[in-house]
Design a protein around this ligand. Structure first.
Ligand code: SF4
Ligand code: SF4
Ligand code: FES
Length: 301
């Protein structure tokens, strides 16, 4: 099986030929797909072909990129209708002999060509109460640092792999198909961020009420589309969203948990206290200036 995969890769990689690329061109006022025919070489990724396009046929084509290594999160686009990083999508993984479509992220307002305004995400990020560690114990003060179990470190570390490409935000139907939900829904990237903080063994802020009342955790219906497109393979739904939903339900509706909190000493900060620790205390609404306009469905998408 492995030999077969290697043989297929070598066969396709050794083929240097022309490809047809349908790239969305336009701005906030509208646009359309433009067809380009150009060379694709062995081992190239979609971003290589886009760069050749800029060098030879479309010098004014706008696209974002920085690292070309799947780490900066800036080259996000929709390739053949699927949200993906252009620098991590190998040409030979796309159907041979068929036109390839490259479109901007549909969930965010267009700036120009493949560049979208993702500032909605930064506004959501500002509203999440930041890391708030408990004071060190006497032992920890002597040792000069916190003590944490390795399993706890690993649990929140999975979410630290996020490169903020916002592919998960783009694919999520709650905002992709309903612009109006951006005022009340944080989105999968930020559920992962909240999970990272909630599950951190040192953090003492309780974000559950914010998740339920302002970040729309209940609007997620666990379709797992966000997990499928994550280039860092973060199990957003299983490891972040579902555990957060369980915590929110426990906090809001479980009478035993309610009684336990009344009897036992509370160790987490209240919502009001959490707000006080948030770097931004503005209104919860998050609304970009313009809606996404004029992007037709990708060919074959
Ligand atoms: S699982 Fe939830 S957050 Fe992820 S894409 Fe589906 S609805 Fe959106
Ligand atoms: S969770 Fe994954 S898909 Fe979402 S922004 Fe982070 S790296 Fe990208
Ligand atoms: S260019 Fe950095 S992730 Fe693609």
């Amino acid at each position: 099986m492995a030999d077969e995969i290697v043989r297929q890769y070598v066969d396709s990689a050794s083929t240097t030929g022309n490809v047809t690329m349908n790239v969305w061109r336009g701005d906030a006022g509208g646009g359309s797909f433009v067809e380009y025919e150009l060379e694709a070489k062995e081992g190239e990724v979609v971003l290589d072909v886009i760069h050749r396009m800029q060098a030879t046929q479309a010098p004014d084509l706008a696209c974002r990129w920085n690292c070309k290594a799947g780490k900066c999160g800036s080259c996000s686009a929709e390739i053949n209708g699927k949200p993906a990083l252009m620098c991590m999508t190998r040409m030979e993984t796309l159907p041979a002999g068929e036109p390839i479509t490259v479109a901007p992220l549909k969930a965010f307002p267009i700036i120009r060509d493949l560049v979208t305004d993702v500032s909605y995400n930064y506004e959501v990020a500002k509203r999440i109460p930041s890391f708030n560690p408990r004071p060190k114990t006497t032992d920890e003060l002597k040792a000069g640092g916190y003590r944490m179990a390795q399993i706890d470190v690993e649990r929140s570390q999975e979410f630290r792999k996020c490169i903020e490409c916002f592919l998960c935000q783009d694919v999520c139907h709650v905002i992709r198909d309903h612009e109006e939900n951006k005022t009340t829904f944080a989105g999968p990237r930020f559920f992962a961020r909240s999970a990272e903080l909630e599950m951190h063994p040192l953090d003492v802020t309780d974000r559950r009420a914010i998740l339920r009342e302002e970040q729309g955790l209940g609007m997620c219906n666990i379709t797992k589309c966000c997990t499928e497109v994550c280039p860092e393979h973060i199990k957003i739904t299983d490891n972040a969203i579902i555990p957060l939903k369980e915590r929110v339900v426990d906090a809001s509706y479980d009478p035993v948990a309610w009684l336990g909190r009344k009897i036992l000493r509370r160790t987490k900060a209240s919502v009001a206290e959490a707000r006080a620790t948030s770097p931004v205390n503005g209104p919860p609404a998050v609304q970009p200036d313009a809606a996404v306009r004029g992007i037709p469905t990708a060919v074959g998408g």
